[in-house]
Design a protein around this ligand. Structure first.
Ligand code: 5GP
Length: 121
């Protein structure tokens, strides 16, 4: 699938629509999900134009890949849910049709602030 420049997260990255920002650096932007499924529901997205995790893993630079993984940890620490200072969380990426992905820009959901429950329903 080619990257759709008009997807909602591309618009958030271009600051055409607002978000409730948690963290930003050269590689990632993190903000709260508009429709939270748990007490804490954050999203972490790479700044590059990648449709999903497979596109990212195949085409992103090593710097970008490290930046995203470290970004998730930075955000988890900021939210107080990382395993070193908090009680943990679930990081989840939906991938394409069978994965139930709705927004075609790679994003990790971070669910926490309470016991998250069963992995797959
Ligand atoms: P997906 O199903 O693609 O893994 O998840 C997309 C997520 O993006 C959903 O949890 C949805 O609530 C969230 N979302 C959709 N539109 C917006 C928006 O405009 N702002 C924010 N902050 N989240 C959004």
């Amino acid at each position: 699938m080619s990257y759709d420049n008009n997807n909602i997260f591309a618009k958030i990255l271009r600051e055409e629509i607002p978000c409730s920002k948690i963290y930003e650096d050269e590689f990632v932007l993190s903000f709260y999900d508009i429709n939270p499924q748990k007490k804490i529901h954050a999203l972490v997205i790479p700044k590059g134009k990648y449709t999903d995790l497979d596109d990212f893993s195949s085409n992103a630079s090593n710097e970008e890949i490290i930046g995203l993984i470290k970004g998730i940890n930075i955000v988890a620490k900021k939210l107080g849910i990382s395993s070193d200072i908090g009680s943990g969380y679930r990081a989840l990426a939906n991938i394409s049709d069978h994965g139930g992905q709705e927004v075609p820009h790679l994003h990790f959901h971070l669910f926490g602030g309470e016991i998250v429950g069963k992995m797959v329903s």
